[in-house]
Write a protein that binds this ligand. Structure first.
Ligand SMILES: *[C@@H]1O[C@H](CO)[C@@H](O)[C@H](O)[C@H]1NC(C)=O
Ligand SMILES: *[C@@H]1O[C@H](CO)[C@@H](O)[C@H](O)[C@H]1NC(C)=O
Ligand SMILES: *[C@@H]1O[C@H](CO)[C@@H](O)[C@H](O)[C@H]1NC(C)=O
Ligand SMILES: *[C@@H]1O[C@H](CO)[C@@H](O)[C@H](O)[C@H]1NC(C)=O
Ligand SMILES: *[C@@H]1O[C@H](CO)[C@@H](O)[C@H](O)[C@H]1NC(C)=O
Ligand SMILES: *[C@@H]1O[C@H](CO)[C@@H](O)[C@H](O)[C@H]1NC(C)=O
Ligand SMILES: *[C@@H]1O[C@H](CO)[C@@H](O)[C@H](O)[C@H]1NC(C)=O
Length: 336
């Protein structure tokens, strides 16, 4: 018996020297939040197409402390926002898609290295999927394949209407850069098609439109359109992003990449006698895109006070009182 104990002691002692320290801080701790924020910025900067993603929940965090660095391994849940990756709006100001809008979530495994106080993403793997069909309601939008012929046709018609918004003034024409989302929804008994797509400026203008090609990245402006159709016609709302600031490497002074005038951005174009309901919906989505109000969920989701599990609480009688176990992971959901 004694021999075994001594042996164990030796083994444990050896491990303490050789093995790195492994910690599992609470998922809502400051260090977990800070790392998740680094990943959110990283993933949005890295993506060249589609929509920005916002952190929803921290599922797991493990930190291995070595002599000169820490290795973080985390599991993070992100949600698709309504901001296209080319949209300069900071992700904190981008509303996420609600469940009813068929939210898309991304489950990510992420590895970081923290060295010299700097936290860097070293590896990640994400799996994205639309919220499961069972959560959907009757009359909620349904996603269409991104090659859906009718929806793409509607998008083309809507962009032609946007390009034709000024009769006499010569302004740039835009081309579809990427279709981000196509959906269909039954509203007031009738089917409607919705399209969201990114646009890029071409070398054509409203008065000269022969063989249009997109302008190159240094000079082009980009934008994003939401369009909807019903039997009555097509409505479109496009927002042109302000030109990205380029840094002059000689002076380190930021300057607009292009000096050409940016077309007006108040661009809701009703094409024909559009149904008031559909129009209202378009205005609403335009508004939420423009106002950049973060989704306020705090008021409707009860806030659960989280605490690390206390070892023991003692009642006045002196008897220990059982403390309900409060999991410290996963962290709280920021959206839903
Ligand atoms: C859309 O793409 C899918 C495969 O991704 C293909 O099976 C389908 O035929 C395509 N539909 C159209 C209309 O091109
Ligand atoms: C462009 O708009 C004018 C009126 O504003 C209209 O007469 C013309 O048919 C439109 N052209 C296209 C291609 O939509
Ligand atoms: C466009 O030009 C025509 C004739 O040149 C003029 O009658 C019309 O009012 C102009 N429309 C706008 C919107 O400026
Ligand atoms: C746009 O560029 C293409 C290719 O360089 C050229 O063929 C076309 O004429 C240009 N269009 C206009 C309106 O300048
Ligand atoms: C982009 O286009 C502008 C204007 O046509 C031209 O001056 C510039 O050299 C082009 N830049 C690149 C990287 O092709
Ligand atoms: C511009 O900034 C970079 C990095 O911040 C620096 O290395 C470079 O010396 C700066 N150049 C000038 C002209 O200030
Ligand atoms: C935008 O355009 C609409 C319709 O042309 C007009 O009623 C509205 O006042 C405009 N809003 C702004 C901010 O210019």
């Amino acid at each position: 018996m004694r021999v075994v104990c001594v042996l164990l002691g030796v083994v444990v002692g050896a491990w303490a020297v050789v093995l790195p320290k492994l910690t599992e801080p609470p998922c809502d701790s400051l260090e977990a939040e800070a790392a998740a924020a680094v990943f959110q910025d990283y993933i949005n900067a890295q993506r060249t197409s589609g929509f920005k993603y916002a952190l929803n929940q921290i599922d797991k965090i493990k930190i291995k402390t070595l002599a000169d660095m820490e290795i973080y391994k985390m599991e993070l849940d992100l949600l698709e926002t309504k901001c296209h990756v080319l949209d300069p709006t900071p992700v904190a100001a981008c509303p996420v898609r609600t469940k009813a809008e068929v939210a898309v979530d991304a489950d990510c495994d992420v590895a970081f290295i923290k060295s010299g106080g700097v936290l860097k993403v070293t590896a990640h793997r994400c799996k994205t999927e639309p919220e499961s069909a069972e959560d959907m309601c009757l009359g909620c939008p349904q996603l269409l394949a991104l090659n859906d012929t009718n929806a793409l046709q509607m998008a083309t018609v809507s962009l032609a209407a946007f390009n034709n918004r000024t009769a006499n003034v010569s302004i740039s024409k835009y081309a579809v850069l990427e279709v981000g989302r196509l959906s269909t929804q039954v509203i007031a008994g009738g089917p409607h098609i919705f399209a969201e797509y990114a646009i890029v400026e071409t070398n054509c203008t409203t008065t000269d439109d022969d063989n249009c090609v997109p302008l190159n990245k240094t000079v082009a402006t980009y934008g994003f359109c939401r369009a909807g159709s019903a039997s009555a016609g097509v409505a479109v709302d496009c927002r042109i992003f302000p030109p990205q600031l380029a840094v002059d490497p000689n002076t380190n002074v930021t300057m607009p990449a292009t000096s050409r005038p940016v077309p007006p951005t108040n661009n809701t174009v009703p094409v024909s006698g559009i149904m008031p309901l559909l129009m209202a919906d378009m205005m609403l989505s335009a508004e939420s895109a423009e106002l950049l109000e973060p989704v306020k969920v705090a008021s409707i989701i009860p806030i659960v006070k989280r605490q690390a599990p206390a070892a023991e609480t003692v009642a006045p009688s002196g008897q220990p009182v059982p403390v309900p176990f409060v999991p410290i992971c996963p962290g709280k959901k920021k959206h839903f």
